[in-house]
Design a binder for this molecule. Structure first.
Ligand code: OAD
Ligand code: ZN
Length: 239
């Protein structure tokens, strides 16, 4: 099934971990997901910064390690090509829950990173003026400390129990308001607020499409079309 992109003016795509699976990044849920090994909801909770920050680094340091050799795959590239081939009167917003930065590396430009980017490290103390910095260390053995205030350093991503930062939250809402095509790709649809975006798109009157390896559980009736398979195979054919 080919999607005729020419027919749409406000295209919003939401991606999740499944789109990076073919790049060698483990998904959270599903077969071989990180969740099989850790309870990500607990290990990745903001409270661990206080009582066990090493757990945060064990979980997300591993993601940094996978990223060292990861390259964008055919699914990332298909979305970048879609954006590059639009008419001037068409808008495209790529909202991603991924923190791996692979969409930008594939050439996507209008990317909203809802959950931050794992490339950056920042101080856990919100009052500290240490600026987030790019960092490839995985900190598997010891938790790093802030040179300014001595608090723990953490990856600059949204942990469980934290709010979505105001700017990406607002950018996502703005894009969804007048959306006429909404596609969710490689996401289990189990983490809010992203899991609710399809409903905003439906209110706006958009065509709503779900593309994922496994069916969504439970099904979200706001998706009117569902295509099951690998994003890296389906997207180049559909777009
Ligand atoms: P999940 O791991 O929950 O879901 C990934 C989905 O991708 C699963 O439903 C798989 O079936 C599907 N999948 C696997 N391989 C695929 C492939 N090659 N092509 C297409 N689909 C495939 O990931 P997210 O929905 O992104 O939050 O998870 C949402 C959030 O939960 C994440 O951003 C993360 C996590 O906790 C933070 O880290 C803040
Ligand atoms: Zn600090």
């Amino acid at each position: 099934m080919k999607i005729n992109i020419k027919n749409y003016k406000q295209i919003v795509v939401l991606t999740g971990a499944g789109i990076s699976a073919a790049s060698g990044i483990r998904t959270y849920r599903g077969e071989n997901g990180v969740w099989q090994e850790f309870d990500v909801g607990q290990h990745g909770r903001v409270d661990r910064l206080k009582d066990n920050p090493q757990q945060i680094w064990t979980l997300f340091g591993a993601l940094r390690a996978q990223l060292k050799s990861a390259m964008p795959n055919q699914a990332h590239l298909a979305l970048a090509a879609l954006e590059q081939n639009l008419r001037p009167d068409q808008q495209f917003t790529l909202i991603t829950q991924n923190v791996d930065g692979l969409h930008q590396r594939a050439g996507s430009v209008n990317v909203v990173e809802l959950h931050g980017n794992i490339r950056y490290t920042k101080c856990a103390n919100a009052a500290c003026d240490l600026a987030p910095f790019t960092d490839e260390n995985t900190y598997a053995d010891a938790v790093p400390r802030c040179s300014k205030c001595g608090d723990v350093l953490r990856p600059d991503i949204v942990l469980f129990g934290e709010m979505i930062p105001a700017l990406p939250g607002w950018q996502a809402k703005r894009a969804l308001r007048e959306c006429d095509l909404f596609m969710a790709i490689g996401t289990s649809g189990s983490v809010a607020p992203a899991s609710n975006f399809v409903r905003s798109a439906e209110y706006a009157g958009a065509r709503t499409i779900y593309i994922n390896l496994d069916p969504m559980e439970p099904r979200n009736p706001a998706f009117k079309e569902e295509y099951l398979g690998k994003a890296e195979e389906l997207l180049p054919a559909m777009l």
